[in-house]
Design a protein. Structure first.
Ligand code: NI
Length: 140
């Protein structure tokens, strides 16, 4: 019987965005999304945590090599969001209203199949110090 351990890679990125629904006026969007609907964008300093669960390999003592996880997260996510406009620049967010909920799901979808040792367990996205959003691949 193996031991299951959860390992976390933490990254930060800065990005701009606008929350809006197509077809609504700026005023209507403000009612729905508040300051995040500002027509000329605004930024957040995000923190991302990618958590992988797996059995400890008896040869290496690792679930997976954390430097490999770092590379996967940086190549597939951070390089596409850091200092970018999430509405315009990020391929995996095309056509998606970039709320933190939607960003967390999109990051899960980007990374899930690229984790080959252990299993992607959770994506945590911190929009501010006090608000974070977590996705574990669950569907209704
Ligand atoms: Ni915002």
């Amino acid at each position: 019987m193996g031991n299951i351990v959860y390992i976390t890679r933490r990254e930060t990125f800065a990005a701009s965005h606008r929350l809006s629904k197509p077809g609504l006026s700026d005023e209507e969007n403000f009612k729905l999304f508040g300051k995040c609907s500002n027509p000329n964008w605004h930024g957040h300093n995000y923190t991302l945590e990618v958590i992988v669960a797996g059995e400890v390999d008896s040869e290496t003592g690792f679930v997976m090599d954390l430097s490999e996880l770092k590379e996967i997260v940086r190549t597939n996510v951070i390089s596409k969001v850091d200092h970018k406009n999430l509405n315009l620049d990020t391929d995996f967010l095309k056509g998606i209203n970039p709320t933190s909920e939607n960003i967390a799901v999109a990051i899960w979808n980007e990374l899930n199949e690229k984790i080959t040792k252990g299993k992607l367990y959770s994506i945590k996205l911190y929009e501010t110090e006090n608000n974070y959003f977590e996705y574990k691949g669950e569907k209704t």
